[in-house]
Design a binder for this molecule. Structure first.
Ligand code: PLP
Length: 375
């Protein structure tokens, strides 16, 4: 079956009485091409082992006989397992889970954003923050990072004081730059922001200093929300499990907007089974970190600029025609991501073989090409 022609669908959408503030907007659309090397959506390249798969299948089979009933609406067992995984003295009352951290972010915006309210983020950052903000009819305020993509605490505080947003988004490690946000910057933002502060820690497990997590600030800042996901380090992107840690009152507020039974019994069982194997699932993280640091060195050896990354991807550039480089790589069977500031591209850390192929093909693309902009 072939998908409908996107251009024809876009024209047909224009004839529908869609909300005026959505008119002309583009849906999220990272390409999903079936090519040999896919390094564009920051997935974990290591599939679950046969033992983990067997446990997931058994867990799903176990709940299958009860699928005539709705699932646990409050996902208590899962939230309690997530709290145990996070540590920091967190309990089930501090956690909430949903279908991916994108749904968590949507629920947060539904509860704390909305018409007449605003959310501020420091760009370049995760493209879904503004997109979900706008789909919840919240105004997006794009603030800037410094030229090396970092955040200056005083500058960030001044920006927040100027705009007084209802929500502030921080992403640490940041997508697409890979940079971790120092805890003192998060602390300054929490102390300054008049509303909620969301720290998106989707890539926390890949960070060099894993103890520098905003989870440590939760006892001091009751309006802080730390968002995590099982899509990255846990290698569970296909299961769609995201979660947050926050004050119990925040979790209470989210109950006002969550749909009843939003997290299926199968999803809850699969996530619980994966959490039982967390040591094994997370064992690939150190390999990915080593591969990432080696890739930064190899990209620099090619004469490119590649900032240090704390995530499972690397931003690199700069290119006069980044689309040309992206397309040439795709033509050679390597899909990476055209995202972030102009002149830059982002590549996810794959298996050693995938990374080697990416580097070899990139060399081929760059040889004899005038695409690289000298730093
Ligand atoms: C910073 C950040 N947050 C959240 C997400 C969403 O992840 P998921 O909805 O799979 O949990 C992503 C996905 O790439 C991301 O990069």
């Amino acid at each position: 079956m072939t998908a409908a022609d996107p251009a024809a669908v876009a024209r047909a959408v224009r004839d529908l009485p869609v909300r005026a503030d959505l008119a002309g907007r583009q849906p999220y659309g990272a390409p999903q091409f079936d090519v040999p090397v896919r390094l564009n959506t920051n997935e974990n390249p290591y599939p679950p082992s046969a033992a983990v798969v067997a446990d997931i299948v058994a867990a799903a089979a176990d709940v299958a006989s009860g699928l005539n009933r709705y699932p646990d609406r409050d996902a208590v067992e899962l939230r309690s397992a997530l709290a145990d995984y996070l540590g920091h003295g967190l309990t089930v009352a501090n956690t909430w889970a949903a279908n991916g951290s994108n749904e968590i972010i949507q629920q947060v915006l539904q509860a704390f954003g909305g018409p007449g309210r605003s959310a501020l983020g420091f760009e370049p950052s995760y493209s879904m923050h503004p997109l979900i903000t706008q789909t919840t009819a919240t105004r997006w305020i794009a603030a800037e990072r410094t030229s090396d993509f970092s955040l200056d605490a005083e500058q960030a505080a001044a920006t927040i004081r100027r705009h007084e947003p209802d929500l502030v988004f921080l992403t640490s490690p940041n997508n697409p730059t890979g940079s971790a946000t120092p805890l003192d910057v998060v602390e300054t933002v929490c102390a300054t922001a008049p509303g909620m502060v969301v720290v998106d820690e989707a890539y926390a497990e890949f960070a060099r200093n894993r103890s520098a997590t905003a989870l440590a600030l939760l006892p001091r800042f009751p309006r802080l929300i730390v968002v995590r996901t099982m899509s990255k380090a846990f290698a569970l992107a296909g299961a769609r499990v995201g979660y947050l840690a926050a004050d119990p009152a925040v979790v209470g507020a989210l109950q006002l907007v969550r749909l009843p039974y939003h997290l299926s019994a199968v999803t809850q069982a699969v996530a619980l089974a994966a959490l039982r194997h967390s040591t094994e699932l997370l064992s690939c993280v150190s390999t990915i970190r080593e591969e990432r640091d080696a890739l930064v060195r190899n990209l620099r050896a090619l004469g490119l600029t590649a900032p240090v990354s704390d995530a499972n991807f690397v931003l690199f550039g700069r290119f006069a025609d980044r689309h040309g480089v992206w397309q040439a790589l795709l033509d050679r069977g390597v899909l990476i991501r055209e995202t972030g500031p102009p002149e830059w591209l982002r590549v996810t850390i794959g298996t050693p073989a995938e990374t080697a192929t990416f580097l070899a093909e990139l060399k081929g693309v760059l040889d004899g090409s005038a695409a690289v902009v000298q730093p």
